[in-house]
Design a binder for this molecule. Structure first.
Ligand code: PMP
Length: 354
């Protein structure tokens, strides 16, 4: 090891799902939306002013935060925007989890949480989900440095009832509780309405899933004014211009197109419910999903084998070789046609191999 390496911050990075350059595949591995972004957002992209690109962006991304504030009935000073919710979450860890006590999150959850905790040297303790992949609120009622919970959870898709989420927030008034709502628009109930009651709550959402803008990297958070101010102070100590001009303008346009947003979600939810029935018919079991993916297991065929067989067929899903979940596949909901191809292949493969 070279001497300089001793001073290097060594981390084990998060591994994102594959982004193959091939376009002839059915891509159900990173929970993207199969439909294009709102035509109104695309129009912004087409007509972007060259002058606007020459200049630095608005550091506050005001057009976007004001649009979000209006849509979700909060004040603009209660909104924080960032480069995908990954950026918003990373900033939140850095800002709010600055104590010595361990932060809490589920053992089966978004696998970026422990990476950020390690990066920022935040102690953490994982709380095991129960046998049905449910969060147990009582596990989160103890002395801790903060809490982060995705609702619905990933990669399970399980939604926790808002009353139980509230119990956790109420039991932890002395620390920040982050509710990561990356998948909330696909049928869940948001914690946004709890904001007036809890000054320790931060709700994080994204444009990557329900608004079809994963490639633009837009995320945001809602919290009380003071909390958002602390978050902005850290952001401005790091990089003032996180949101680029185009992303912020496209995001604002997407929020304005509520009809398209609702139509797209309705399509995905109805495809999801169809896929649940088909997977159950083929012998898969899965916790009920309120997200845009299904976390499924088949008693007759190991998930790792199915994963490889699907991939060889050009159908990409996500597989995690991790304790408790190594016999599950996380399957993103695609278009009706994509899910039909998936189901037909599984039917044939299981018929021949099980
Ligand atoms: N939270 C959860 C639970 C996720 O699954 C994801 C998607 N990988 C994110 C946050 C981050 O999404 P993005 O950075 O695209 O907003």
């Amino acid at each position: 090891m070279a001497a300089w390496e001793e001073n290097v911050r060594k981390v084990i990075p998060y591994t994102p799902g594959e982004q193959p350059l091939r376009t002839d595949i059915i891509k159900l591995n990173t929970n993207e939306n199969p439909y294009p972004p709102s035509p109104k957002a695309l129009e912004v992209l087409r007509s972007i002013d060259r002058e606007a690109l020459r200049k630095y962006p608005d550091p506050e991304a005001k057009e976007l935060t004001e649009e979000l504030a209006g849509y979700y009935s909060v004040k603009p000073c209660q909104v924080f925007a960032g480069v995908g919710s990954d950026d918003v979450l990373a900033m939140s860890f850095l800002t709010f989890f600055n104590g010595k006590k361990p932060i809490l999150f589920p053992d089966i959850t978004y696998s970026f949480y422990d990476v950020w905790a390690d990066l920022y040297q935040i102690p953490y303790e994982c709380q095991p989900l129960d046998d049905k992949f449910e969060i147990r609120p009582e596990d989160y009622k103890k002395d801790c440095g903060g809490i982060v919970i995705p609702n619905p959870n990933a990669p399970t898709g399980v939604e926790k009832d808002l009353s139980e989420i509230e119990e956790i927030i109420a039991a932890n008034r002395d620390v920040i509780v982050i509710i990561d709502e990356a998948y909330i628009d696909f049928g869940g109930t948001s914690a946004v309405k709890l904001l007036p009651r809890y000054d320790n709550l931060l709700v994080v959402q994204t444009f990557s899933k329900s608004r079809s803008l994963a490639g633009m990297r837009i995320g945001y958070a809602f919290g009380n004014e003071k909390l958002i101010k602390y978050l902005n102070d850290v952001k401005y100590s790091f990089n003032s211009y996180t949101m680029n001009t185009v992303a912020a303008a496209m995001g604002a346009a997407a929020v304005r197109d509520d009809v398209y947003f609702r139509e797209t979600i309705d399509k995905i939810v109805s495809t999801r419910e169809w896929t649940k029935k088909e997977l159950a018919r083929l012998g898969f079991t899965f916790p009920d999903s309120k997200s845009n993916f299904i976390f499924a297991s088949h008693a007759g065929c190991p998930a790792a084998e199915l994963f490889e067989a699907l991939k060889a067929q050009g159908i990409y899903v996500r597989y995690f070789a991790k304790p408790r979940i190594d016999n599950y596949l996380r399957i993103t909901i695609g278009t009706d046609r994509e899910m039909k191809v998936l189901v037909e292949f599984l039917e044939q493969f299981l018929g021949e191999n099980v």
